[in-house]
Ligand binder design. Structure first.
Ligand SMILES: CC(C)(COP(=O)(O)OP(=O)(O)OC[C@H]1O[C@@H](n2cnc3c(N)ncnc32)[C@H](O)[C@@H]1OP(=O)(O)O)[C@@H](O)C(=O)NCCC(=O)NCCS
Length: 112
């Protein structure tokens, strides 16, 4: 694939093989959806966001522009992620994330 104009306003998203893209999703221009990623129903992804291999964006998740979602990260349903956010590989994200932050880890807290 030719990435020569990837960072200069490509009008399309690049969706690699073996991805799942659900119903009523919106994927912005210049996004890269890497192999094995799953974008479930009604997910919205802003322009120039990169979703890395095997990342899982569950129903109604919203991700802003210029984000980086690490490989194998799981974003739980309806979570909203701001713009320019980096999510580490393997993260499990249970709550909304503000603009411009870098997030790592899996929440393993006891809830009951
Ligand atoms: C999140 C990430 C961008 C952070 O990179 P960074 O800013 O260079 O951070 P560092 O490597 O300096 O790590 C800072 C701390 O976060 C921890 N950390 C980094 N990534 C982590 C992750 N994914 N999960 C849990 N902890 C992580 C480090 O262990 C370190 O902890 P410490 O301060 O206790 O030693 C990077 O680690 C990452 O996960 N990248 C995703 C890679 C990927 O999916 N690539 C796809 C290629 S196709």
């Amino acid at each position: 694939m030719d990435f020569s104009n990837f960072f200069s306003g490509a009008e399309e998203a690049y969706i690699f093989y073996f991805c799942f893209i659900g119903a009523n999703t919106q994927i912005g221009k210049g996004c890269l959806i890497n192999t094995g990623a799953q974008i479930h129903h009604e997910v919205k992804i802003g322009d120039f966001t990169e979703v890395n291999p095997a990342a899982l964006l569950l129903g109604k998740v919203e991700v802003g522009k210029f984000c980086f979602i690490g490989a194998n990260a799981t974003i739980l349903p309806k979570v909203k992620i701001g713009n320019k956010v980096t999510e580490g590989a393997g993260d499990v994200v249970t709550q909304d994330i503000p603009d411009g932050v870098k997030v790592v880890g899996v929440l393993g807290r006891i809830i009951k």
